[in-house]
Design a protein. Structure first.
Length: 449
């Protein structure tokens, strides 16, 4: 595979993910717009903080997608399709256990969440309305992680994109209906997510088993699915990604917490701007997701040249796209802020710090791509260690920068966090290449991906 064809394949695989990922942050944007244009800022504050809490809660289980991608891609490269089925079923079992635990522990999670933030009485009430309903979307949202991870690992990115797109669009439609037509406010936003995730899960679980039956005979062997060695391997991989995902979600919750410590208006304005950052993250993740599948496939099929090409060319695409995003945000940011809220103070704060959404997407483009490479290679220990170091740096610098520069220091700290993630993973890159040169053989044939 030539470098040129490698770029073409990455781009081809990324296009459906790119369009599906564009829809995901629009869920948060629509929710923010719905709450930001109500007559009470407490609606926006409560929704912003509650959404952050669930981001760290569900984001902590991002291993259900990432771990599935790497393992499925390597099994696919080895033509072990029955193991693909077993990996999927093992992770669904994890989802069931996690969902039951979170629902049983919901009162404790709620009290811990509420103790972290200083909220007005109205904001607390709306926060409770959102939390008490959204917690029941756990099974649906986590199952979507596993299903999309399966299809990305199989390099069927169109299918994974349809799933994500369906869920996101359904979420937006239901939220609009419940808020605008039934006047359910914060409760309506949470209800929209619950209904959309449940509907998506039911439909695509049936489709997934149908799709798997096309590539292999479905044999549900309890001994094979819960093989102690396989379970131990998946547990070790998932534990590392769990720690990494928990810390990543914490970093964004910490950002919200620090903004809240300045003022409720600051956290509301930062949430509006943070939607830009999340939008750019989902766009850039399209390359990371497709890279995960190809990296895993190249290791499973022992194709050294493909591994080298995808690492190089994925960075070319990601950094170029990061620059384009910066230009688009520069041209559109003022119109977006005006649309998101009609509250004068929040608009003013948003305008004052909007330049950060021009800087951060490019700075963050590198760490997203490193994530895709390490996930695809199942080098999860390195992902975990790099995130631990990056979060530690983030906390230390935020302490000094916020004390000196206020909200500017908070945004600078976030930017430093993204850069630290890239630099720490770059240090670990030699651990990827020994895999390619010691254990992989170069294929002389061109693979049709």
């Amino acid at each position: 595979m030539t470098p040129r064809s490698s770029i073409q394949n990455i781009f081809k695989l990324s296009i459906p993910i790119f369009f599906a990922n564009l829809v995901i942050p629009f869920v948060a944007i629509v929710d923010t717009g719905l709450m930001g244009n109500l007559d009470n800022a407490s609606y926006l504050v409560a929704t912003s903080i509650a959404a952050s809490v669930f981001s760290i809660l569900f984001g902590s289980f991002g291993f259900l997608r990432s771990g599935t991608v790497g393992m499925v891609a390597q099994a696919d490269g080895s033509n072990d399709y029955q193991e693909v089925v077993n990996i999927f079923l093992r992770n669904i079992a994890f989802v069931i256990i996690i969902s039951l635990l979170l629902i049983l522990l919901q009162s404790y999670i709620f009290q811990i969440s509420l103790s972290v933030f200083e909220l007005s009485s109205d904001s607390k009430r709306y926060f409770k309305d959102y939390f008490n309903l959204r917690i029941y979307s756990t099974f649906g949202e986590l199952t979507i992680f596993v299903i999309t991870g399966l299809f990305i690992g199989l390099q069927k990115t169109k299918t994974s994109s349809i799933i994500v797109g369906f869920y996101s669009i359904a979420n937006i439609i239901f939220s609009l209906v419940f808020v605008l037509y039934f006047n359910l406010n914060v409760f309506g936003v949470a209800l929209g997510t619950l209904v959309a995730s449940t509907l998506t899960t039911i439909i695509f679980l049936f489709y997934t088993f149908f799709a798997l039956s096309k590539i292999t005979k479905l044999e549900f062997s309890t001994n094979k699915i819960f093989d102690p060695k396989k379970v131990k391997t998946i547990f070790n991989i998932n534990l590392n990604i769990f720690i990494r995902s928990l810390l990543l979600a914490f970093a964004f919750l910490y950002f919200t917490y620090l903004g809240n410590s300045i003022s409720e208006e600051t956290v509301a304005a930062n949430t509006i701007l943070l939607n830009f950052i999340m939008l750019s993250a989902y766009v850039l993740d399209a390359y990371a997701f497709s890279t995960e599948g190809i990296v895993g496939y190249s290791i499973g099929s022992k194709n050294r040249q493909l591994l080298n090409d995808v690492i190089k060319n994925s960075f070319i695409l990601s950094t170029a796209t990061g620059l384009i995003i910066c230009v688009i945000f520069f041209l559109s940011k003022n119109y977006y802020i005006i649309t998101m809220t009609d509250l004068p103070n929040i608009r003013e704060i948003s305008f004052s710090y909007s330049y950060w959404i021009i800087i951060i997407p490019f700075a963050a483009s590198f760490c997203f791509q490193f994530d895709g490479i390490f996930v695809g290679a199942s080098q999860t220990t390195e992902l975990r260690n790099a995130m631990i170091v990056s979060v530690a740096i983030y906390i230390v610098v935020s302490f000094f920068l916020i004390a000196s520069f206020g909200n500017t220091g908070l945004w600078l700290s976030l930017c430093i966090f993204f850069i630290a993630r890239a630099l720490t993973l770059f240090v670990y890159m030699p651990r990827i290449y020994p895999v390619s040169y010691t254990h992989l053989r170069a294929h002389e044939t061109v693979l049709d991906l």
